[in-house]
Design a binder for this molecule. Sequence first.
Ligand code: PSV
Ligand code: MN
Ligand code: MN
Length: 424
Amino acid sequence: MRIEKEQIEQHNNRLAAKHKRAFDYISEDISEVESIINKLQQFQIAIPSWALGTGGTRFGRFSGKGEPGNLEQKIEDVGLLHALNRSSGAISLHIPWDIPQNAEQIKSLASSYGLQFDAVNSNTFQDQEGQEHSYKFGSLHHVDPKVRKQAVQHNIDVINHGIALGSKALTVWLADGSSFPGQLNFREAFQNTLESLKEIYAHLPEDWKLFVEYKAFEPHFYSMTIGDWGQSLLLATKLGSKAYTLVDLGHHLPNANIEQIVSLLLMEGKLGGFHFNDSKYADDDLTAGSIKPYQLFLIFNELVEGMDASGLDHATGLGWMIDASHNLKDPLVDLLQSVDAIMIAYAQALLVDRVALKEAQRDNDIVKAQQILQDAFRTDLRAIVAEARLRDGAALDPIGLYNELSVREELIKERGDNTVATGL
Ligand code: PSV
Ligand code: MN
Ligand code: MN
């Protein structure tokens, strides 16, 4: 299924008057409105191929209908999202779930939807059929060099798939860790991981980045070999200038000050990218902005400040991606909600009066500093985000149009009731 330009225009025409009223009202008080819109138009958030199917919990999985059953259909799904919001112009693949049989064909299918290939992701947290050595006790950190070698080779294969598709980064997330004291020698596990990553790093093309993702716990409950940003930063620093830390919002211990982590990683030039999601307890992978929208805003506040300070382009300086999994909602609708929440938080961060904030900080005027941040956070910028979409030829109300066009029903007609997408 494809969404036609005319369908979007008709939808937008129906909402035009209401939108104009809201947009004119908010624009009157914001002098930098054009610059905010311009930045929003540039900003693209990649969609992971594994978020397109209904996720499960360890207690079960209630399959959705009309889910993508192959890579072509996953690309079609992201194409639908991008047509609706013009902010989801890239897809991130997970190998071996998404092996492209014919890279050229896959590339041209993606570009027919205006999509590029974001970071490729390796998978050494599951055993695949026919695999010689098991990852039960880890992969890059494994005590047995044969297992490490196999995992390194897998990552090299993933880089090669990425090269064929035009990706520019490899994301490594490891499930390596231990669940009982004494199970692992921490230093050996770390050294093995470093040595394995060095071999992978040696295969990175010049213009590629390696993203080292960390996670505090799960699947292991005593230690994770790359468990926090310190361990990731240590690895990235030892590896070299193409290696960076990747922050997944759900991978911290409760109440961690993620905005502070972000600001320091940016200061060190070692923040590579983001996996957006939201959580109440742990790696809950809920819709971005659904639980802690203020935290999302505060993170963007640091991103804008830090990226401007280091001269990084907001749109291209870091890798932006959603990493969520939906076991209750229609995954496509959920992704539209996530993208919208991210755009709103970004717009609000752009609104912060940085000169006044600096002054308040210099004067230790805490009340003023809080007011400046909360003024921006409490300003309703939805009409500005919608205006950016309108100017890009996207829908004023993406979820509204998704429902009007009965997209899910159409996909069920095309793909059937019982599709099962590969993924988490
Ligand atoms: C597992 O926690 C995880 O959600 C990581 O965040 C990875 O980025 C993702 O799976 C895909 O491997
Ligand atoms: Mn992640
Ligand atoms: Mn995760």
